[in-house]
Write a protein that binds this ligand. Structure first.
Ligand code: DOR
Ligand code: ZN
Length: 347
């Protein structure tokens, strides 16, 4: 019999871009409506590199929440070559940071202040290992000689493997994995300290989507969509029920003029439709029974946080995804799956 309603523990989004100011106010309600908590990325301009900046940003997020919302932003520290291990320790102890984010310098949007070599943050990583603070990694090689579609795989061997060997107790989340190799890499680790988030777009589309009948900037994100065999491997990983895989939308809003440009920004804005998109994937894979583990349990367990107490309910009722959200200054943000109809509605 076809399932008509599905109730699960309220999920969390373990990888989210909320931006700031007008954009923050426009995009935050969509995440706050669905998720209990979200790990908020620090790649603002300028980036969030201190506990003080993280606390101020958290206040701006809380101030932009709809009245009555219980949504909790979990703040992250943007690692630079100059990050002081003592500041990381103090920020984590004070609850200002839930994790720190490693962007290899030049890998993606606003990563120019990122880390130029792992050696530069050796002291920071050993402090994080000591205090049990998770390291979130944008896992792509920045070697210009590496093909854009091979950057994640190159990173696994050249950087991640040695990093894990050097810090055997460091908790690491490989963010937004996009390849079969990354999924295998995470599955092969039996220590329980390595995990990965997976986005809805990497479960639903392969790289053909970027070039279907012309160039489609709204399917461009980083790491870029990969071949079909990778998408299929990611679907197996997400729906496996394994505790190392959990939900992280990487919802990353840019206004349409920044996306539809001669040099368009990377990022897909999926916050409004993320849960229904994931749910559609789980149903297609005949894995509805494992959706709650991926969406609501595995991430909290990995981060050592209590699971949410409330539940949310989906109904089998077609939902048409609106095209865009409008900003007060006349700009727009186009939504993931704009104009499409998904089978589930969130009550
Ligand atoms: O597509 C992406 N957009 N990937 C990232 O790593 C950054 C993000 C953004 O901030 O726009
Ligand atoms: Zn991201």
């Amino acid at each position: 019999m076809t399932v008509q309603t599905l109730t699960i523990r309220r999920p969390d989004d373990w990888h989210l871009h909320l931006r700031d100011d007008e954009l923050l106010r426009a995009v935050l309600p969509a995440s706050a409506r669905q998720f209990g908590r979200a790990v908020v990325m620090p790649n603002l301009k300028p980036p969030v590199t201190t506990a003080q900046a993280a606390m101020a940003y958290r206040e701006r997020i809380l101030g932009a929440l709809p009245p009555g919302s219980a949504f909790t932003p979990l703040m992250t520290c943007y690692l630079c070559d100059t990050t002081d291990p003592a500041d990381i320790r103090a920020g984590f102890d004070a609850g200002a940071f839930a994790a720190a984010k490693l962007y290899p310098a030049g890998a993606t949007t606003h990563s120019e202040y990122g880390v130029t070599s792992i050696d530069r943050v050796a002291g920071v990583l050993s402090a994080m290992q000591d205090i049990g603070m998770p390291l979130l990694i944008h896992g792509e090689s920045t070697d210009p000689a590496v093909d854009v579609f091979d950057r994640e795989t190159a990173f696994l061997h050249a950087t991640l493997q040695p990093l894990l060997a050097r810090y055997p107790r460091l908790k690491v989340v490989l963010e937004h994995i996009t390849t079969a190799e990354a999924a295998d890499f995470v599955m092969r680790d039996s220590s329980g300290r390595l995990a990965a988030t997976i986005t809805p777009q990497h479960l639903m589309f392969n790289r053909n989507a970027i070039f279907a009948g012309g160039i489609r900037p709204h399917y461009y994100c980083l790491p870029v969509l990969k071949r079909e065999r990778h998408r299929l491997a990611l679907r197996r990983a997400a729906t496996s029920g394994l505790p190392a895989f959990f939900l992280g939308t990487d919802s990353a809003p840019h206004d349409t003029t920044a996306k539809e440009s001669a040099c368009g920004c990377a990022g897909i804005f999926s916050a409004h439709v993320a849960l229904q998109a994931y749910l559609t994937v789980f149903e297609e894979e005949d894995a509805l029974g494992r959706f709650e583990a991926f969406a609501s349990d595995n991430g909290a367990r990995f981060y050592g946080m209590p699971p949410n107490r409330e539940t949310i309910t989906f109904h089998r009722r077609p939902m048409r995804v609106t095209e865009q959200i409008d900003l007060p200054d006349g700009r727009h943000i186009r939504q993931f799956l704009a104009g499409e109809t998904l089978p589930w509605t969130l009550a």
